[in-house]
Design a protein around this ligand. Sequence first.
Ligand code: ANZ
Ligand code: ZN
Length: 832
Amino acid sequence: MSRPYEFEAIERKWQSRWLDSRAFEVTESDPRPKYYCLEMLPYPSGRIHMGHVRNYSIGDAVARFKRMRGFNVLHPIGWDALGLPAENAALKHGAHPEDWTRSNIAHMKSQLQRLGFSYAWEREIATCDPEYYRWNQWFFIQMWKKGLAYRKKAAVNWCPADRTVLANEQVIDGRCWRCDSEVVQKDLEQWFLRITSYADELLLGLDKLTGWPGTVLTLQRNWIGRSEGADVDFRLAEGEGSIRVFTTRIDTIYGATFVVLAPEHPLSARFAETSPELRAYVEKAKAEEREKRLAEEPGKTGVATGRDAVNPFTSERVPIWVASYVLMDYGTGAVMAVPAHDERDFAFARAHNLKVRVVIQPPDASLEPEEMDQMDRAYPDYGTVVDSGPFTGLPSKDALRAMAEYAEEQGFGKRAVTYKLRDWGISRQRYWGTPIPMVHCDSCGVVPVREEDLPVVLPRDVTITGKGESVLRENEAFVETACPGCAGSARRETDTMDTFVDSSWYFYRYTDPRCSEMPFRREIAREWFPIDIYIGGVEHAILHLIYSRFWTRMMRDLGLVEVDEPVENQLSQGMVIKDGAAMSKSRGNTVEPEEVAGKYGVDTLRLYVLFEAPPEKEIDWTDARLEGPARFVQRVWRFVQNELDAISSASPIEGQEEWNEAETALRRKTHQTILKVTRDIEDRVHLNTAIAAIMELVNGLYKAIEPRPARAESWKAIREATEALLLLLSPFAPHLAEELWEALGHDKPNMSIGARSWPAHDPTIAAEDRLTLVVQVNGKLRGRLSIGPDEDDEAIKKRALDDENVKRFLEGKEIVRVVVVPKRLVNVVVSG
Ligand code: ANZ
Ligand code: ZN
C-alpha cells in the first residue's frame, strides 16, 4: 500500500522548512553569479487573485530554476501600499486607510506563503512605511534642486458638489462617481517631474533593450512620440505679432490655406475679447475633458476669429480659426492647416467652406490640382511637390529639407522636434500618498523641507469624507509649520505623490531594504543590477516601465546607480480571463486561488497556470482543465511511491553497463527531456512546453515498468529517469518534488543542493539513432544516406547530391529541385 497524496500536509511541511532554514534569503557576499528575478509588486487590495498566482508562479519557476543552475538568486516581494482604494475603503467601511492596508498585507502575505513562493521575505517592504516614502521625499528634493521638479497650473477633474478633485477613474461618463454631478475641469497649481528632459535618451535606450518584447518597445516608442518637423512663424496681417506653428510637413506649406489656434492659445483669449461667440467657444472647450476632445470627430467645431495671418512662403493672407481639435500642449498649440493633405484639416475645411489647395502630387499622378473640388479625402502621403514656387518638382523628402533651410535663412522658421511625452504630473489631492516635502512661506516662497527633517509623516488623525479640497489641508496640525528658510510661520504642501513614484524605484530598495542613511547603498545595488528578468502584466507596459526607466537615469545622474536601464529582460504575462472577460469582482467571474489550492493542492494550481499557455498569452480559465495537471501530479506521486523500494535500492550508473533496447530508449528520453526543459526555460521562458516534456518523461517511466523489468540495469535507468524527473519538476511543483526526493532517501532537499542540483544532459545519450534515408532521382531509387539526428535539410540535400552513385544519374542533367521528406527520403528532380 503506498501513501496517499496528502498535499496540504506536504505543502505545510515544506513551506515551514523553507522558512525555518531561510532557504531563499541571500546576501551579496556570495561567490556564485548573481541573478535578480523580479515580479511586479502587488497592490494590497485584500486578497491574492489569479493574475497574481500566474505572475508569481512564472517568477517562482524561473527563480527556483536559476538557483538550481548555480546562481545567487535575489527574489524579493513587497507591497505597493499607498493609493486611492484605501481611501475608498475608508469611505465605505469606515476603516482607517492604514489599518485597512496593513491587515490586507498580513492576509495576502499568508496567502503568498501558502502558495509556496520562494521569496526572500526578510527583504519585504511596504511603500506606506515612512522609512520607505521618506526616500520618495528625498528624491523629490534632489529633483527640485536640479530643476527637475517644478510647479505649474494644470487641469484636474473637479466635482462642484463635493468640492473635491476626482481621479480619472472616479469620473464616470463625465459625472462624479459618488454624487453624479457633472464634472468640470479646474486649474490648480501642481507639481511636475521633468521626464521630458530625458525624452531622447528614453527613446534611444529602447534600441538596446533586446530582452524586451517588441510590443512593449513599440508602446513605449509611441508614447514618447518623437516627431521631427519645423516651427514656422505666420505673421499677423494686422498689428504686431505672429503665430508659431509646428508642422511635420513643411513641404505642404504652399497649400496652407488657414491657421488654427487651440482654444487655450493666448491669442485665442485676445481675439475673444472682441467676439462673444469666440469667447463662449473658448470657455466651453476649456471645460471639456481632454479625452472627450480627442475622441470628438475632428473638424466639427470651431470659430473664425475674423483675423488673418500671412503665409510666409506665399505671402498670401489666410484666415485664423480657433478649434478644439488643436491641443495646447502639443507642439506650439497652433497649426498651419493644409486641408488637401491632412485629414483633420480636410474635414474642417469642408465643414466651414475653406479653401483646399493641392500641392503634393502622388507618384501615379492620380490627383490633378484641378480636381480638388471633387476630392473626398485628403492625400496625406509623400509625393512630388507641385504649385509651390521654386520648390515645385522636388520630392517631398527633399522639399522638407530645402524649405526648412529656406525658412531658417529668412528668419521665420527653424527645424524643431516635438514629443508626445508630457512631463509627469505627480500631484494628487489625496490623503493616502507620500506628502510632497515642500513648505509655502509668505516671505521665502516655496521651500523644501530640510533633509534631516524627513520623513514628513502622514498624520494618522484624519477624517476621510470624500468631500472638500484635501484631507491634509483640513488637518491644522499638519499644515502649520515653521519655514525651513526663515523659521517664520508657514504652511505645508498638502498634495501627495502619484503612487507611480513608489513603484519607480522600489526594486533598488530590495537590495538594501533597511538602509537608513540613503535610499540604498550604491555598492550594494551595483551587485544586483540590472534586474535579470522582470515579470508583470502588460497593462504596465507604458507608464510604470517608462517612469522606472526615467527614475533610474535620474538616480544615475545623482551618482546613485551605474546602470542606464533597470531591466535587462522583460516578460509581459498574458491575462487570466474567464467567460471571455478579465476576471474581476464586479463581473463576478473570479476563481479564488485558495479554493483551487484547497481542492487540488498548490502544485496542481501552479502547474495549471503554467501549462495552460505560454506566459505571454492569455489563459482562458476552464475549471475542467484542472483535471489534467491534477492527474499528472497523482501519476508522479503514485509512480514514485509504488516503486520506492526498487528505485532507492538500485545502484547508481557506473558507466560500464550494457544497456538493452528499452533501457537505451528510456535513458535517451531522460537526457532529451533534461535538454529540452533546460532550453525552454533558459531561452524563452516557455514553461508550458517544458512541462509538456516532463509529462512525456513520466509516460516513458510508466512504459519502462510494463512489463516489470528484472534486470538490475533497468532499475538503474529508471532511477536515473526518476531523479531527473523530480529535479526538473521542482521549479513548477516544488512541494511534490521535495517530498518525493526525500522519500527516495536523499537527506538534502533538492533546492538546497545548490549548483549541482539541476541535472546535466549527456549529448551522446540524448542523440537519436542514425536514420537511413533513401535517395531518389526522378522518383527512382539511386542511393541511401545514413544521417544523424542533428543534420538539417540543407546538410542532407548536400550529402545526397555528393553521393557517388547518385552523382552518376545527375551527369549532364539540370537539377530542378531537391525535396527532403523528413525521416524518409530525398528526391532529386532533374530535367534534360
Ligand atoms: C501641416 C500639415 C500638413 C501637417 C499635412 C500634417 C499633414 P505628429 O506626426 O503627430 O507629430 N499638429 C501640430 N500641432 C498640433 C496640435 N497642437 N494639435 C493638433 N495637431 C497638431 O503630427 C504633427 C502634425 O500635427 C503637424 O503637421 C500639424 O499638422 C499637426 F499634410 O502641419 B501638420
Ligand atoms: Zn520663510
